[in-house]
Unconditional design. Structure first.
Ligand code: AMP
Ligand code: ZN
Length: 114
């Protein structure tokens, strides 16, 4: 996707602090962190929203979640706790239409989110 910001980060056309990558997934620090840890875990493949997922994507989605948990562990926040969120479309506040799992932690988070 030529105009997608996260595709550009994945393709190294825009800088980001990448904390993990493999052949299917890239994870990088959010530019406006909402906590001491705020990492976005994204698939290399451009998928606009969760509504666009297909049955064949089940393993990929599982990998995104397990990678977020592994990053949380590596950052020392797994035991204390953290939040993982996918926003979808307007009412959730989604602004980048390339699915991304927010991993937020390192402080006590409020619930409900509002
Ligand atoms: P969402 O609102 O769920 O679509 O989240 C998009 C996230 O992308 C926000 O938390 C932004 O702070 C983050 N973001 C926007 N631009 C960049 C960028 N260039 N590098 C890293 N994160 C970004
Ligand atoms: Zn994209």
């Amino acid at each position: 996707m030529a105009e997608c910001l996260f595709c550009k980060i994945i393709n190294r056309e825009i800088n980001a602090t990448i904390v993990y990558e493999d052949d299917r997934i890239v994870a990088f620090n959010d530019i406006t962190p909402q906590g001491p840890t705020h990492v976005l875990v994204v698939p290399r493949r451009h998928i606009p929203t969760l509504n666009d997922l297909e049955p064949g994507d089940d393993q990929l989605v599982g990998e995104l979640i397990r990678r977020a948990a592994a990053i949380a562990k590596s950052k020392g926040i797994a035991a204390g706790g953290y939040r993982t969120v996918f926003n979808t479309n307007h009412d959730s506040g989604q602004t980048i239409f390339h699915i991304h799992l927010h991993l937020i932690g390192g402080r006590a988070l409020h619930w409900p989110p509002g």
